[in-house]
Design a protein around this ligand. Structure first.
Ligand SMILES: NC(=O)c1ccc[n+]([C@@H]2O[C@H](COP(=O)([O-])OP(=O)(O)OC[C@H]3O[C@@H](n4cnc5c(N)ncnc54)[C@H](OP(=O)(O)O)[C@@H]3O)[C@@H](O)[C@H]2O)c1
Length: 329
């Protein structure tokens, strides 16, 4: 069993999914703080212990919210947080910083906001092309040596960066987008992680909501929802993507499950090294996603999904252009 699956706690077989907290910062429209906190606590109550956040989500606000939610339950919660994205005054990412000094300072700030002495999983959010990965990982390894971090990982890194990083200090996790919409990791990243025994955290496993049957037009997104800036949600692309998602909705209806559950079960069928971290700011969505663990898809359904969503099927880049530049794949 790899380290990320162990972070899911003793019940990882029952709930092999974590909880993504990013949208509890307003990036996908307004959120209700009490419901968000209750959602994190409901995850813990149900034995789903892996809770994902980052220092950039809400420019620190999200870590504070997670900190409030896990207060007094430090042993149950396995928090993953991240550093390395530089924000402008409006909280939008404008660059990356992988310098050892930044890693150290960012960690102390995150631990303070979370109200913890030790973070279970600390990830570099984006690789900094100006800083050799060995230096960034070296600083993160020092946090492990100091007892401040239990495991380390990186996000959106190429296979060669993953190998170099893993040589400096074993990576517990590589976090990257992976869903029916974006299968770009299947060729190289997933096999590399499997070979090295690194857990893969599949982020945006529901296509940022596209695979839930709840997004049909831009009007379904609140005015300040950042997805409005994402190419996949631009008018032309969205129409094509919604039509594609309808295929999954039809398959889900045939199975008597929810589209989100189908998308998660498909991911879970892809690798034993994989942990999806669906985002939810509502308890009912969390409960629905946790139940996906009990959904086993037969080979015919998997083949239908693979055929309906071949790699590259989704229309539009996965991020606005400036953010695309910070991805290694
Ligand atoms: N490392 C990185 O660079 C990176 C980048 C992006 C995301 N992430 C992480 O990955 C997590 C998940 O990604 P994401 O939030 O972008 O997108 P996602 O998980 O693909 O989709 C989230 C959307 O799906 C809805 N949803 C969740 N479960 C549902 C269910 N069972 N039925 C119906 N709707 C459901 C959510 O609704 P509600 O919110 O209204 O409940 C939300 O609108 C984030 O929270 C974050 O922790 C990491």
């Amino acid at each position: 069993m790899n380290a990320v699956r162990r972070l899911l706690g003793p019940d990882f077989e029952v709930y092999p999914v974590g909880l993504g907290c990013m949208a509890m910062s307003g990036v996908y429209g307004p959120y209700d703080e009490a419901e968000a906190v209750a959602t994190v606590r409901a995850a813990l109550d149900n034995g789903a212990t892996l809770v994902d956040t980052a220092d950039m989500y809400g420019a620190g606000q999200n870590e504070e919210l997670v900190g409030r939610a896990i207060a007094g339950r430090g042993d149950e919660a396995h928090v993953a947080t991240k550093c390395g994205q530089v924000l402008d005054g409006a909280g939008r990412p404008i660059g990356v910083d992988g310098s050892p000094d930044h890693v150290r300072r960012a960690f102390e700030a995150s631990a303070r906001r979370l109200g913890v002495d030790r973070v279970e999983l600390y990830l570099q959010h984006r690789v900094d092309p100006a800083v050799p990965i060995e230096e960034t990982i070296g600083a993160m390894a020092q946090l492990v040596a100091d007892g401040k971090v239990r495991h380390i990982g990186i996000c959106e890194a190429s296979a060669s960066t993953i190998r170099r990083a893993h040589q400096v200090h074993p990576l517990a996790a590589v976090q990257t987008e992976y869903s029916l919409w974006w299968r770009g990791i299947e060729e190289e990243i997933l096999p590399t992680c499997e070979a090295l025994g690194i857990g893969v955290m599949a982020y945006s496993p529901l296509g940022r909501g596209l695979l839930t049957g709840r997004v049909h037009s831009a009007e379904d997104l609140a005015p300040g929802d950042r997805r409005r800036d994402h190419p996949r949600f631009s008018a032309d692309n969205l129409a094509r993507n919604v039509a594609l998602a309808a295929e999954a909705e039809q398959i889900a209806a045939g199975l008597g499950c929810e589209p989100a559950q189908l998308a998660l079960a498909w991911l879970l069928s892809k690798s034993e090294h994989l942990v999806p971290i669906p985002g939810a700011k509502h308890r009912r969505h969390l409960a629905s996603s946790l139940a996906a663990a009990n959904l086993e898809l037969d080979s015919e359904t998997l083949a239908r999904l693979d055929a309906a969503f071949p790699p590259g099927a989704g229309a539009g880049l996965r991020y606005p252009e400036r953010q695309m530049a910070t991805l290694e794949l």
